[in-house]
Design a protein around this ligand. Structure first.
Ligand code: KG4
Ligand code: ZN
Length: 357
């Protein structure tokens, strides 16, 4: 059985993971988050430079935690998109170097397929059909997933504007909370009343697309509320606004995710990505899935946010499916859509994608 080394550098986390046969053997993570805080968002050049210094130490740390050496690595998987171009280049360059030096195949992986695969490390193989709600800083999508590495992923809906995590980050800024906004709002909301402000539930009207997402209007509603309080000289309760905003997001996400399961006759919902770490999203999803008789799978928090283990997990699935390696000349794809978990498989004149046997 092959040990897969996974490398993730699409944003501000340098992640390395080692997976064999569906089992996480060891991993390491280094974040440049602290260096971006004063800019209120990730600065691509700073992120890339941090990846350059953190990558090799992370590989060593992951190997040490798995009690393995580089000689045990049988394949390399790397995020080649989507993400920040400068940041992706560091991971892809490193993956090529490791694969070449070790004489092992390399698999280029879609970052969002990694988020979905993260759950397999905690809860085992995905069922033959599942609805996956991906909620991260850059994406909010409902996906119909069959075999993650053999079948194309079907997009049931993608956000029309801001991603859920982006809305958390922007609302946190409006409330004077630190970056990243999600964890800060989650913390502030614990002391607040989720019914204090009746924020809108976007696209939940009778004539709206049943599975559609849009978060920019909700963010504007919070901005108007903050402005109105300032104009009236009213003191703003940050915990109440945070809790009410978080409730609106959690309500909308879970409502639509369960609707997607029903519409497509799917009995398993998987919630992944940074916003899946949100305590209210997790609690409300649990409650509503139990009521609807739907099995809910949410990875532990450290596997929800960006990490290398999730990329190794996709690599491991590809290896076990007999996929052809990715083309060694591959480059980064900063805005590639998720259709296939593997990017740039080597060409086979006899058939089209995917490359699996
Ligand atoms: O998946 P991720 O780590 O990176 C991307 O691929 O985007 O997601 C990062 C996003 C950020 O917007 C962050 O604010 C949000 O996930 N996030 C949260 C929580 N933890 C992280 N949002 C809400 N509640 C949280 N506890
Ligand atoms: Zn991510």
């Amino acid at each position: 059985m092959t040990v897969v080394l996974g490398i993730e550098t699409s944003c501000d986390e340098t992640g390395v993971g080692l997976v064999r046969d569906g089992v996480l053997l060891g991993d390491a993570l280094s974040s440049s988050m602290a260096e971006h805080v004063r800019f209120g968002g990730v600065v691509p050049e700073i992120a890339a430079r941090a990846h350059v210094s953190a990558l090799v130490p992370c590989v060593r740390e992951a190997l040490a935690s798995a009690r393995l050496t580089l000689d045990d690595v049988g394949a390399v998987a790397v995020t080649s998109g989507p993400g920040l171009s400068t940041a992706l280049h560091v991971g892809v360059g490193a993956a090529k170097a490791y694969a070449q030096a070790l004489g092992v195949p390399m698999y280029a992986v879609h970052h969002l397929a990694g988020h979905a695969a993260a759950d397999t490390l905690a809860h085992g193989e995905l069922p033959s059909r599942s609805v996956v709600l991906i909620v991260s800083g850059g994406h909010t999508s409902l996906l119909l997933v069959r075999d993650l590495v053999r079948d194309p992923v079907v997009h049931l809906s993608d956000t029309m504007d801001d991603a859920a995590g982006e809305a958390f980050d922007k609302v946190a800024r409006l409330l004077g909370l630190p970056y990243p906004g999600g964890p800060a709002i989650d913390r502030a909301a614990r002391e607040g009343d989720p019914t204090a402000v009746a924020f809108p539930r976007p696209l939940t009207g009778r004539n709206d697309p049943p599975l559609g997402f849009s978060f920019s209007g909700l963010k504007t509603a919070v901005a108007r509320h903050v402005e109105a309080a300032a104009a009236a000289g009213r003191e703003l309760s940050v915990p109440d606004v945070a809790a009410s905003f978080q409730e609106a997001v959690a309500d909308t996400l879970t409502l639509k995710a369960i609707r997607a399961c029903r519409e497509h006759d799917v009995s398993t919902l998987v919630i992944v990505g940074g916003v899946a770490a949100n305590s209210r999203v997790r609690a409300l999803a649990e409650q509503r899935c139990a009521e609807a008789g739907i099995e809910l799978r949410v990875p532990p928090i450290r596997l929800c946010t960006d990490n290398g283990a999730m990329i190794a997990a996709v690599g491991d699935l590809l290896v076990r499916a007999g996929a052809r390696p990715s083309d060694a000349r591959l480059s980064v794809q900063p805005s590639v859509e998720l259709t296939w978990a593997q990017l740039d498989p080597t060409a086979d004149p006899d058939d089209a994608e995917p490359s699996v046997a």
